[in-house]
Write a protein that binds this ligand. Structure first.
Ligand code: ATP
Ligand code: MG
Length: 366
């Protein structure tokens, strides 16, 4: 929750491609909202990804991690690009992001999928199905089959190769992700759907049992359970039935990508990754978009909305978060669009000018 002195250290990791362009806009928005709300920031800009690789030879320099760990929240642009795809050290910029997540021990990945009424036609779904969708996928990020051991590719006694992985969830891993999800549901519309495959998988059976037991502590949250096959169908059939979804690493990976297509506009989607006590990591879900980097074409809304998540879930500054979200809606209402969300009758602007318009919206909604 919010500190009494309301002064925060924020690590900025602009990264590569369009990262620096969208981070610059988000920083200005944070500052403007901060000055209206009495919030002060100390920003420290650090290297990550390809930019760090070029300067230091590694995608996550030690200094970046230690500064990030000591700060109150981390705001990331995007990393990667063609330039680093086949380097001699075989070190991908993306490795830096994985190391950062591990270093910050962020086990809860939050991905909202909000269909803005002004952009409903961008959805891959029919207007009447997409209209009004506002859901949040809470994905477990540091456990499950992506990390479980034993794992490998081996050869059996007949000389045939086989590959294997292990889905493991301990009670405390389930409890801590479930608690995050219950609390988010409380702040939203009070509905939580836990997605599993408890009819087939033992790890899911324990998942369901623990989530059910925890529900006692959150009597104001209406809990339901759904098998993942059904959930993936329901997301497309009638997504408005969902408020908050909580699920494991692999199911969350798939469902959060599916949910993002309901909105249809990658430039609008923020995310947050939270741990137990340390700083959270906030970033747009899109990549570094090397095809439009340096051309002032990037849509900064996803990063600006990530800054709103930073205020809400990272600093407990709910009012400031709302101010940003209101300004985003106001900017959309006034018709300003980057190319990726442009439609006839709206006003096409670049990244910088959209940033200026968001600042005007912040000022006009005081
Ligand atoms: P990743 O880097 O996440 O693995 P990727 O490289 O396939 O994924 P992106 O970098 O997100 O994907 O780009 C996919 C497409 O979406 C590109 O054509 C890119 O220009 C466009 N795009 C991504 N983000 C934005 C944005 N913020 N504004 C405008 N266009 C964007
Ligand atoms: Mg990319």
């Amino acid at each position: 929750s919010a500190k009494s002195n309301r002064s925060y250290s924020i690590t900025l990791l602009p990264g590569d491609g369009i990262g620096p362009e969208v981070i610059s806009v988000a920083k200005d928005v944070l500052l403007r909202v901060g000055s209206l709300e009495g919030i002060k920031y100390e920003f420290r800009e650090m290297l990550l990804g390809g930019a760090a690789f070029d300067a230091t030879g590694v995608p996550l320099p030690d200094e970046t991690l230690s500064v990030a760990k000591q700060s109150d929240a981390v705001l990331l642009g995007a990393i990667g690009g063609y330039k680093w795809d086949n380097n001699e050290k075989h070190l991908k910029p993306e490795t830096g992001l994985l190391q950062l997540r591990e270093g910050l021990q962020v086990f809860a990945n939050l991905r909202p999928a909000t269909v803005f009424p002004q952009l409903v036609d961008a959805s891959t779904l029919k207007r009447e199905v997409a209209e009004g969708v506002d859901l949040m996928v809470v994905r477990e990020l540091t456990g499950g089959i992506y990390f479980g051991k034993p794992r490998g590719i081996d050869t059996n006694e007949n000389g045939e190769e086989f590959g294997y992985n292990t889905e493991i969830y301990s009670a405390h891993e389930i409890d801590r992700i479930a608690r995050v999800a219950f609390k988010i549901a409380q702040k939203r519309r009070g509905k939580l759907c836990s997605v599993d495959k408890a009819n087939v998988l033992e790890a899911s059976m324990l998942w369901r049992k623990r989530v059910l037991a925890l529900a006692q502590e959150y009597p104001d949250v209406e809990l339901s359970h759904m098998y993942v096959d059904n959930a993936s169908m329901q997301l497309i059939r009638y997504p408005k039935q969902f408020d908050t979804i909580v699920t494991n690493n692999i199911f969350g990976d798939i469902l959060s990508d599916e949910a993002s297509m309901i909105t249809g506009s990658i430039g609008m989607l923020p995310s947050a990754s939270l741990g137990d006590s340390g700083p959270g990591l906030f970033e747009p879900i899109h990549g570094s978009a090397p095809d439009i980097a340096g051309q002032d074409k990037a849509n900064p809304f996803a990063t600006v909305l990530s800054a709103a998540m930073l205020l809400r879930y990272g600093l407990g500054e709910e009012k400031a978060a709302k101010r940003i979200e209101t300004a985003v809606v106001d900017t959309l209402n006034r018709g300003f669009r980057t190319a990726d969300i442009y439609s006839a009758g709206t006003k096409l602007v670049g990244c910088k000018q959209l940033g200026e318009e968001i600042l005007k919206s912040v000022e006009s909604n005081v």
